[in-house]
Ligand binder design. Structure first.
Ligand SMILES: NC(=O)c1ccc[n+]([C@@H]2O[C@H](COP(=O)([O-])OP(=O)(O)OC[C@H]3O[C@@H](n4cnc5c(N)ncnc54)[C@H](O)[C@@H]3O)[C@@H](O)[C@H]2O)c1
Length: 351
């Protein structure tokens, strides 16, 4: 296994959907990975580190297999960073060469953004403590995961939408911001501002990434792509999609999402933002049509217009990410084929 000169990585929120894929990538390249997660939505590593041995040391769980090593800190990021900053923690942390900050309350529109928006604001506490820790601990490079939802809502609305370019939102200099669509976007925008301050006032090397819609085989079935795949797998007719079905997103397979995270942290150090997305707009009706085509049937496709759809069209111009050397390995169709195949296996195993 090739040893990377940047050796020990921290991934907050490493037990979540994106985190697990990032951790796999880091372990595969030979890095030691420390994961901090309170399992709010994440999965316990016992469930996804198959074949690893496990031992407990200093309140951390250490998983090993061959040359791979993962240290799991099962704790709330708020308590963890607050105690370290206050000098009240006995934890001895290594010098991290990369720290990926993913931990966040991500509950989905129906669960949190609509019903308990202030709960989402917890992310601001997590982010501020993370950056207070980072400017002291000084990992060599930090990645802050923002979101496409931080962009101005007015640029993603019906009849007025454009492909998002990084300069449409900036927390540097005189800045450029607009009202995001939800509290989730606002708090991430504030997080980008913290990243800018951490870089400009404390010299921290940091990149902000703005992912569009990540999807993958192991996502829960209530996420859009697996959910449409499950309905297509059951050959539902009509095939119903969320919202009006005319709203669109820029979907990116998780493998290409992770390769973009790795390139961004290695290439950008001045708190600038990098979009992560394929660069295409697909409406939910188009997604359903493609999924049904892959499944080999032709249902009537209908929207459920009484459900909220959020911003109308959220998609990006990936010129900057591509200029850093990123190229996706999966077309949208290939990614959907992978999801449909895995959802069919899941459904078969459950029945
Ligand atoms: N998935 C996407 O397409 C997408 C798009 C834009 C931004 N993001 C961002 O990427 C990051 C990961 O998203 P995801 O899709 O993997 O979501 P997820 O919910 O699967 O992962 C979030 C992880 O953070 C953990 N967490 C939450 N609160 C915590 C706390 N207080 N202390 C420690 N851990 C905590 C959760 O348990 C979970 O493991 C988030 O910051 C999210 O906002 C994701």
């Amino acid at each position: 296994m090739e040893q990377n000169s940047r050796k020990i990585k921290l991934v907050t929120g490493g037990c979540g959907f994106v985190g697990r894929h990032l951790v796999d990538n880091l372990l595969e390249e030979g890095s030691e990975v420390w994961v901090l997660d309170n399992l709010f939505t994440g999965k316990h590593p016992d469930k996804w580190l198959a074949g690893f041995s496990k031992k407990e040391e200093n309140n951390f769980s250490i998983y090993e297999q061959g040359g791979k090593k993962l240290v799991f800190i099962y704790q709330d990021a708020i308590d963890f960073f607050r105690n370290i900053i206050a000098g009240k923690s006995a934890a001895v942390l290594p010098n991290f060469d990369e720290a990926y900050h993913l931990a966040a309350v991500v509950g989905g529109r129906a669960v949190l953004i609509e019903n308990d928006p202030l709960m989402v604001a917890t992310n601001h506490i997590i982010d501020s403590l993370f950056f207070q820790w980072a400017v002291k601990a000084k990992p060599k490079a930090v990645l802050y995961v923002s979101t496409s939802v931080a962009y101005p809502f007015s640029m993603q609305d019906r009849g007025k939408h454009v492909a998002m370019r990084e300069e449409y939102l900036s927390t540097k200099g005189h800045g450029q911001i607009g009202l995001p669509e939800s509290i989730y976007g606002w708090i991430k925008l504030a997080g980008e501002y913290l990243a800018t301050v951490a870089h400009e006032k404390y010299g921290l090397s940091v990149v902000c990434v703005r992912p569009f819609s990540g999807y993958g085989e192991d996502q829960e079935l209530d996420y859009p792509i697996p959910s449409i795949a499950a309905r297509a797998a059951r050959r539902e007719n009509p095939l119903i999609v969320w919202g009006s079905g005319d709203q669109g997103r820029d979907f990116i397979h998780i493998d290409d999402f992770v390769s973009a995270l790795r390139i961004a942290i290695q290439k950008v150090h001045d708190a600038s933002a990098v979009n992560i997305g394929m660069g295409g707009l697909l409406t939910f009706k188009e997604i359903a049509k493609m999924m049904a085509e892959i499944e080999g049937y032709s249902p009537e496709i209908k929207g459920l217009s009484d459900k909220p759809e959020g911003s109308f069209a959220v998609y990006n111009d990936p010129t900057f990410l591509k200029s850093l050397g990123w190229e996706p390995k999966n077309t949208v169709r290939q990614g959907f084929e992978r999801v449909l195949k895995s959802v069919k296996e899941r459904i078969k195993n459950e029945s």
